[in-house]
Ligand binder design. Structure first.
Ligand SMILES: NC(=O)c1ccc[n+]([C@@H]2O[C@H](COP(=O)([O-])OP(=O)(O)OC[C@H]3O[C@@H](n4cnc5c(N)ncnc54)[C@H](O)[C@@H]3O)[C@@H](O)[C@H]2O)c1
Length: 361
């Protein structure tokens, strides 16, 4: 049996009412009520306390929108949205999207980012991960349908699996194992795209799909097992850096600012962009290259140690972003070296705040 929840205008999250405090978003003054009255939309961000979701909330608040953040806090953190909790145009609702959501106020846009993104996290409860991508997405499509809102889905390059072609364009059907440890995520996201297509074509829901490639930056969790956070945290702690396989497999790393800009552009794109669009940085690197950059940047004395490749881990990964360049006038701007430097600075502070005994550099 499903639980249903109802959010009313002005409601604040259960048990997380933070006393009013002076706060802005990254130094910008946000006068919520008056700004919304002038130009704001009401925008739901599911997964809004996670890495990407919280930066998306940041961007939308700066643009003067009313933001309703829905998150079950499974991998998200309140500290990511702490600065927004006291704003009149921000509401946090602790809720799992596998349960239906009803809202008693107009909703204009829904960004559906709810879903753990790192293999370590999505494999912790694979059934729940699959439910999030199928039942959760269906609940958000129903919500969008009731409100006439546009829904943008955070899909993933994992729909291409371990690709046979490089770069991967949107027309590639992928090479995904349907019966492996990554399937709960990969197949869940593929099923979500199918659902979105059918709700769009047969139920008239206005939809957009972003196929996001590896994205990194501040607010990633230090312990979520993704390669960028793993390498930086290991280097800063002076530990050996663990490389899976021979390290010659490739990834293309996009800084979060570029990715958020792509998501917002896609949300505002014309109705012709109702097909999946790749968003990622086509600048491809081997995992060994990433490890060496991190060691150099942190000044760590870490050695590289090699361990087995996890099952079904992709060997190559590079987005073909021709579609995003043409239809969204978008391409990433932040070079890997600059994004890494900002991410290293973030983790250095994060580890010090956590009381890590030694932080290199
Ligand atoms: N970061 C990347 O490199 C990347 C790449 C491809 C796709 N994506 C997609 O982007 C989205 C955000 O990724 P992220 O990197 O910020 O991950 P994240 O784990 O930091 O954020 C996911 C958020 O969703 C919340 N969540 C998970 N399941 C939920 C549920 N059932 N109900 C409500 N909230 C739930 C988590 O608590 C968390 O706050 C995900 O959908 C992910 O699949 C991310």
């Amino acid at each position: 049996m499903f639980h249903t929840w109802r959010i009313r205008a002005g409601a604040v999250c259960i048990g997380l009412r933070i006393p009013p405090q002076k706060s802005g978003v990254s130094g910008d003054r946000l006068d919520g009520a008056s700004t919304i009255a002038r130009l704001g939309k009401t925008v739901i961000v599911t997964g809004g306390s996670g890495f990407l979701g919280s930066w998306l909330c940041d961007r939308l608040l700066k643009e003067g929108h009313r933001v309703i953040c829905i998150d079950n806090l499974m991998t998200g953190r309140i500290q990511n949205i702490q600065a927004y909790l006291s704003l009149p145009n921000f509401t946090f609702w602790q809720q799992d999207i596998i349960n239906p959501v009803y809202i008693d106020e107009p909703v204009h846009q829904i960004y559906n980012l709810a879903c753990p993104a790192s293999p370590k996290c999505y494999q912790a409860d694979p059934v729940h991960t699959f439910k999030t991508s199928v039942i959760g997405v269906m609940n958000m499509l129903e919500l969008a349908g009731r409100h006439g809102a546009r829904l943008l889905q955070a899909s993933t390059s994992e729909v291409y699996g371990d690709p046979e072609f490089n770069p991967q364009s949107e027309t590639y059907f992928g090479n995904v194992n349907v019966y492996g440890p990554r399937s709960c995520y990969d197949e869940g996201k593929r099923a979500a795209e199918t659902l979105i297509r059918e709700y769009h074509l047969h139920r008239g829901v206005d939809t957009r799909i972003a196929r996001i490639f590896n994205t990194y930056g501040p607010r990633m969790r230090y312990d979520d097992g993704r390669v960028v956070s793993n390498f930086i945290v290991e280097a800063l702690k002076g530990e050996d850096i663990t490389v899976y396989g021979d390290g010659l497999q490739t990834r293309s790393f996009c800084f979060y600012e570029d990715l958020i800009d792509g998501l917002v552009r896609l949300m505002h794109a014309s109705s012709e962009v109702d097909h999946p669009v790749n968003l990622g940085n086509p600048d491809e690197h081997t995992i060994l290259d990433l490890a060496e950059r991190v060691i150099e940047m942190t000044g760590a004395k870490s050695r590289l140690v090699f361990s087995d490749m996890p099952q079904d881990d992709p060997h190559i990964r590079r987005p073909d972003i021709a579609c995003a360049m043409r239809e969204l006038d978008w391409k990433p701007k932040v070079p890997l070296q600059d994004g890494l430097a900002r991410t290293v600075a973030y983790f250095r502070q994060d580890l010090q705040d956590r009381g890590a005994t030694e932080v290199a550099g």
